[in-house]
Design a protein around this ligand. Structure first.
Ligand code: NDP
Length: 622
């Protein structure tokens, strides 16, 4: 325990540095640690993931697109070179690189009415990306665009997706408002057959699965939900007809409404300020407080934009990722909440201290230092609450008690001040969430709240089976189903290929190197896919699949390199980062075997070296 921190190091400077950090905390470190345990224990539930239900059960019309008129068309029966399932930034990046590689026949299939993926669906007021726009929006140089702000708002992100679609002529063959139902390999034909909910039967030589990790909305299974007599919707299907206004706010339809919101994750904190501004009464039902750091939005400096030289975006992406990986980059060019946190909470802090004392820190000193820095960071976040929120009881309830990486951190400057508004009330559910709903009344414990509208900012399915989340299975050679193959853990080569799935690429975070800026990983994956595509064609191969050996080696590499810290996540309050407390879940976001432990930059280097080698080692013709 921290009480005897001198025993963790015999070096006076290390002791002094750590003592200074601990002296600056809002409470004694041992008390904070005990509080972390208490807050976790309060929230751990036996029903884990099954506490949620698919939103489709609650809102049968969820599949309908609220943002576009449904159009009719006859079923397609045809062949294309590449089918890409998913028109978000992963699918668009792959399509762009395939076009660059000379592929003229690409069909993106997506349930949405346009490109954009998660940014197509998530149009709630205040929707924006808290990862810097200059590194988050892909292909900026290719389409000749510099975002307007440091953090892009959703309409601009959606517009950028459209620009990519137009620039690379991806609308030509796209099938929008179309859901894939089956993806199956025909070994005789050497083709994939993709069936859809519009009775299309499309064959293709290659298939890219780019369905996204957080694409299926989920709702809590609150007793009595069906009886709610007011208006209820999920943030990823915002009903502007009811609320009025748009993504910038001005929700005039709520002026006479009592509005409740369930969920205070990254989405909830962006929505709440607009609800506070526009609703007659606002009730924020909080189960676990979010860590809300500084966002500091800024306009893009035109002089800076004019000074950018070719290759700037990749350099900036690499720079950000190097900071996230704890590398010493000298000057931090990004300077935001992410880079600040990672510089404090990764090996960089240890490196700086070790330079000071002229030797490497022992493992124990390093662990101790990083935990102290974590306590400091969370202390800062709680102090921000104290400094911003005037009502003491509300401020206390808004303070997060867990380690920084337990939950996805949030960054916002208007969320906390909302609780100073007379019409806004934080309903502290003491870790239990909404307990039941009866007609117009929403209950937290014994207290009921009469509401006209209940908004679910309750997130997306994580931890359920990959193919369940996607809504379709992938059936490869000899009838091998992906759902069966990945039942007991992911099995891939480089995260992209899987044995018995010829000419199929799986984009996303599974068994790849990725962190914070997922778009960066997708961009690298896209380049790799285009390379493999071109190589298979140049060699005149019918199709390429991962060999049994290469796949086994990669799975072993992931298992041995993985940095999944089970003890750390087991100590956390539940959430999707730790599969609602079930750290052994094999489908989890951060579970062992899910990502490459060497980190993104090493992973990108590894892919580059593999391409440079030139013989497609680990792939074979079938
Ligand atoms: P999350 O899963 O992060 O949050 C869901 C929220 O719902 C949590 O606060 C959760 O509480 C709460 N909740 C669930 N069930 C109940 C219940 N029964 N009663 C009360 N509260 C409940 O979903 P989000 O949509 O906020 O975010 C998902 C992800 O999408 C983010 O983590 C991020 O990766 C991405 N995103 C990114 C943005 C960006 O700016 N880049 C913006 C928005 C989203 P509890 O914590 O207790 O489980």
């Amino acid at each position: 325990m921290f009480t005897n921190h001198e025993t963790y190091s015999d070096h006076p400077i290390v002791q002094e540095v750590i003592r200074e950090i601990l002296d600056g905390l809002d409470e004694h470190p041992d008390a904070i640690r005990r509080r972390y345990d208490v807050e976790r224990d309060k929230r751990i539930r036996k029903d884990g993931l099954s506490q949620y239900r698919a939103v489709a059960d609650l809102f049968p019309d969820i599949a309908a697109d609220p943002y576009a008129e449904r159009f009719e068309r006859p079923p397609l029966v045809d062949e294309v070179e590449v089918v890409i399932v998913g028109g978000g930034f992963a699918g668009l990046s792959a399509a762009a690189r395939l076009r660059d590689a000379g592929c003229t026949s690409i069909r993106i299939i997506d349930e949405a009415g346009d490109f954009g993926g998660t940014w197509y669906w998530n149009r709630y007021p205040g929707a924006m990306c808290d990862v810097e726009s200059y590194i988050y929006l892909p292909l900026l140089e290719e389409v000749g665009y510099v975002p307007k702000h440091k953090y892009a708002y959703a309409p601009e992100i959606r517009e950028h997706a459209r620009k990519i679609g137009e620039h690379y002529r991806l609308y030509d063959d796209a099938c929008l408002q179309t859901g894939v139902t089956d993806v199956a390999w025909d070994d005789d034909a050497g083709r994939w057959t993709i069936r859809t909910n519009r009775d299309d039967v499309i064959t293709s030589r290659f298939v890219v699965i780019a369905s996204g990790p957080l694409s299926k909305p989920k709702a809590p299974a609150i007793p009595g939900m069906e009886t709610f007599s007011g208006k209820m919707f999920h943030t990823s299907r915002w009903d502007y007809e009811y609320t009025g206004g748009n993504e910038s706010g001005n929700l005039s339809g709520l002026a006479d409404k009592r509005v409740g919101i369930v969920g205070t994750g990254a989405t909830g904190i962006q929505v709440v300020p607009h609800l506070g501004e526009c609703a007659k009464e606002l009730y924020v039902f909080q189960r676990t407080p979010n860590a809300v750091g500084v966002r500091a939005q800024a306009d893009t400096d035109p002089d800076w934009a004019a000074s950018l030289t070719p290759g700037w975006q990749k350099r900036r992406m690499d720079h950000f990722m190097a900071i996230i990986m704890g590398k010493d980059v000298g000057v931090d060019e990004i300077q935001d909440g992410w880079t600040d946190a990672y510089q404090q909470l990764t090996g960089l802090a240890a490196k700086r201290l070790s330079e000071r004392i002229g030797r490497r820190l022992t493992a124990q000193e390093k662990e101790y230092l990083i935990e102290a820095m974590d306590l400091k960071k969370m202390s800062e976040i709680r102090r921000r609450v104290d400094e911003t929120v005037t009502d003491r009881e509300t401020a206390e309830a808004l303070k997060p008690w867990y380690r920084f990486f337990c939950k996805r951190p949030g960054f916002h400057d208007e969320y906390l001040p909302t609780f100073n508004r007379p019409n806004a009330r934080l309903v502290d559910t003491h870790g239990q969430g909404v307990t039941r709903i009866e007609g117009s009344k929403v209950f937290s414990g014994g207290e009921g709240f009469e509401l006209d509208c209940l908004i679910l900012a309750t997130g997306f399915e994580v931890g359920t089976a990959y193919t369940t989340r996607n809504g379709y299975d992938v059936v490869g050679r000899h009838g091998h189903q992906l759902s069966e193959k990945w039942k007991d853990g992911f099995k891939t080569f480089h995260g992209l290929h899987s044995h018995n799935m010829p000419n199929a690429f799986f984009m996303g975070r599974i068994q790849t190197g990725t962190a914070v800026n997922y778009v960066h990983t997708m961009t690298e994956q896209a380049a790799h896919i285009a390379y493999v595509y071109s190589s298979v064609k140049e060699r005149g191969w019918r199709a390429a699949q991962a060999t049994v050996g290469a796949e086994a080696d990669w799975v072993a590499e992931i298992a041995s390199s993985t940095k999944f810290n089970e003890a750390y996540y087991a100590s956390c309050t539940p959430g999707y980062y730790n599969n609602e407390g079930d750290v052994k879940n094999k489908n989890g976001f951060f579970s062992a075997g899910s990502t490459y432990g060497g980190g993104p930059l090493a992973f990108f280097d590894l892919l580059e070296a593999w391409r440079a080698e030139g013989s497609l080692p680990g792939l074979e013709e079938v």
